[in-house]
Ligand binder design. Structure first.
Ligand SMILES: [Zn+2]
Length: 325
């Protein structure tokens, strides 16, 4: 069973929010594409795993583990009575020529060697195994979930550490023979005790450096007309509730401005005054935790991001959105 949620990386959410409100440079644009593709691969991996079934396993997804002084990110850890298996997910597309220490896509040689990354990730967990007295075994595989990925590998030994899309289902099915009893639970507890927040968060941008206002979900333009409970896009006709717009703005705010405290006044400025203060206040109170009293109150979003908030709250809401997609 999945023990932790998988979320889009913070940096991806930041770049996405930025891309609607300013022009990304080439480097940031490529980073956005790369992170987006990576996340799609992880979701595909989860979907296939869920189709095969994983109730007998302890699975951590998208976690940071602090072991001694260093923190390592893990896409997926599978824990059974046999130990821990690291799955590093690489959503590569295209034909790669692979040898020890070098991965090439045509003439382009990848700056990082995925095998080295996997070895480092396994090494950290072995260290944790020694420190914990549980002496659990640690192994790992590189997972390539994309059907459009071809790997040319001559070294048979390297192949053993790789699972490609056509073998993924079979790979997961092998875990059906695995058991997770007290020993797996004990390992799982040790892992859980070492989970930390993502320490690599990027700095936020300056509040006034980017475009303020509300934008249409479907076509991203900022030309909206105000109706009683909704905003209508003047470009494509999409109608979304004011509440939906505000949830998106709160989520964007969270990822755009780093540690800048969210206040009613800041949200009024950020949304360009298109929605009344009373409504802004009501939505902040509903979707955020409030700190302090009266005018100096600050808010923190209760949800990871816009999509999570909509999943929790969207179905109950009175005035529905009409997305024209
Ligand atoms: Zn639109």
């Amino acid at each position: 069973m999945f023990l932790t949620n998988r979320h889009p990386p913070e940096q991806l959410l930041q770049l996405k929010a930025l891309s609607h409100r300013t022009s990304l440079g080439d480097k940031n644009h490529q980073q956005l594409e790369r992170l987006s593709l990576g996340y799609q691969g992880e979701c595909l991996y989860d979907r296939v795993f869920t189709e095969v079934g994983h109730e007998n396993l302890h699975i951590y997804r998208d976690i940071y583990l602090k072991v001694e002084d260093s923190t390592t990110q893990y896409d997926t850890l599978i824990i059974t009575d046999q130990g821990v298996i690291v799955n590093e997910i690489k959503n590569f597309k295209g034909t790669y020529t692979v040898s020890e220490g070098s991965w090439a896509l045509g003439d382009f040689v990848l700056p990082d060697d995925p095998f080295a990354q996997l070895r480092r990730a396994i090494g950290k967990l072995r260290r944790l195994s020694n420190l914990s007295d549980l002496n659990f075994k640690v192994s790992g595989k590189l997972i390539f979930p994309n059907e459009e990925c071809t790997l040319i590998i001559n070294d048979e030994k390297l192949k053993e550490n790789i699972i490609i899309r056509s073998n993924l289902r079979r790979y997961f099915e092998r875990f059906k023979q695995s058991y997770s009893s007290n020993y797996a639970s004990a390992i799982s507890n040790v892992i859980s005790e070492h989970i930390v927040e993502n320490p690599y968060l990027k700095e936020g941008v300056a509040f006034d450096d980017i475009r303020h206002g509300l934008y249409c979900e479907a076509c991203r333009t900022f030309d909206l007309s105000t109706e009683r409970y909704h905003l209508r896009c003047l470009s494509c006709g999409t109608i979304e509730t004011k509440e939906t717009h505000l949830i998106r703005a709160i989520s964007d705010f969270k990822y755009l401005f780093g540690k800048l405290p969210l206040t009613t006044e800041k949200m009024m400025r950020f949304t360009g005054g298109q929605i009344s203060k009373r409504t802004v206040q009501r939505v902040l109170d509903k979707y955020c935790d409030r700190h302090g009293i009266s005018k100096s109150s600050t808010y923190t979003f209760k949800y990871y991001d816009f999509n999570e908030a909509m999943k929790h709250e969207g179905v109950k809401r009175r005035y529905k959105d009409h997305l024209l997609k």
